[in-house]
Design a protein. Sequence first.
Lengths: 31, 163
Amino acid sequence: MKNPLDSLWGTIISGLVLTAILYVIVKNFLT
Amino acid sequence: MDLVPVFARWLHFLAGVMWIGLLYYFNFVQVPALKAAAADGTAAGITKHVAPRALFYFRWAAIVTWLAGAALLGANFVNAFTLSKGYAGIGIGAWLGTIMLFNVWGVIWPNQQKILGMKPATDEEKNKARRVALLASRTNTMLSIPMLFFMAGGLTHKAAFGL
């Protein structure tokens, strides 16, 4: 599988996905 | 009015803009520009005159941003880093920023020194350093997206987190 960090769009999409995952974790488990 | 948080927040923003601004400059401008410049033999201008200056402000702005952020957290520093109730949002932002700081000083800067000839390195070591520095820089760009979301919303946008 290609590393998403090899492209700028892959990097941005990875950042957005990570944001969503962390938001769900904070909202449901850490508040 | 307590002046420490006022000036800490101001400095945190000023240095943070410089740090993340230069991070985005490297990823969105310099890396693609170097690829194009290598093709027509003009890359030396960037690597010799631009990159070292940009890296200087980049790595020191990272330190100032972190220290000003720590001062801004003040008595809540431990609450944030232990993700205590009510501090998880800003705590996640603080952890992401801290990981990014270590990435700058522990991975990007040592590898850039090899790439730019500030440290002795063979061609093979330079090629490896280029790959490691690029991925570390891209990792920080990726981490900056949730980092800014949680930094901007951690303590103030309570509705988003139901705090």
